[in-house]
Design a protein around this ligand. Sequence first.
Ligand code: MLT
Length: 247
Amino acid sequence: MSMSDGLPVLLLVHGFPLDARMWQGQVDGLGDIRRVLAPDLDGHGAARGRPPSSSVADMARQLARHLDEEGVEAVDLGGLSMGGYVCFAFYRLFPHMVRSLALIDTRAAADSDAGREGRDQMAAEIRDRGSLVAADAMLPKMFTEDAPEAVRLEAQGWMLESPPEALISDLMAMRDRPNSTELLPSIDVPTVVIVGDKDPVTPPAEAEAMAAAIPGARLERIANAAHLAPVERPGDVNRALRAHLGS
Ligand code: MLT
């Protein structure tokens, strides 16, 4: 028995081009109030032996199967960026399993036409040159210039270890994800929108609009954080999650 057995489950979904290791600060920091489950999406991290999903709905179904295997009926659900897109898909498919939502450095809108082309282009480059392409594109956006070099290098390592075929499937899933803007007013579970105040990928203005569209949602800006706020500022993100989960 670990200390968190018997506690409600917090399920955290990782972003691109990452794996579940990005949630270590939350696994370590929230275990007294939740059993924190941070699974690797199929094809990623410890689940690299399984074929990756190329739609956010399939990713959500995979998570529901995982919960089923664990005997978990309902969760507090959180996701970062691509993980947030998966949260929307999960909420659409399994609303009865979602106790609350934490949308972290993510957005509700679908990709623009230019965004979709960018996905195809990155997928083609990853096919040619490997995961380095995604790491090079994303690392500069993940952290502020104040982030310790060791943190940056660790995250770069996670990205470089991501299997290229998983990253290509992620890009297809993000490219084809539905627009979730119309879903926002119907979300009827407690929701927090968390954003790094220097996030260049899903900027604070998008987070504000998303929080404003979800009835009763709370907005938490994390000072001095970019896209990977839970890794750069785990203490501040954990404080925001505690306030949300305690409410
Ligand atoms: C992520 O961080 O998961 C992705 O960058 C999100 C995106 O590209 O839309």
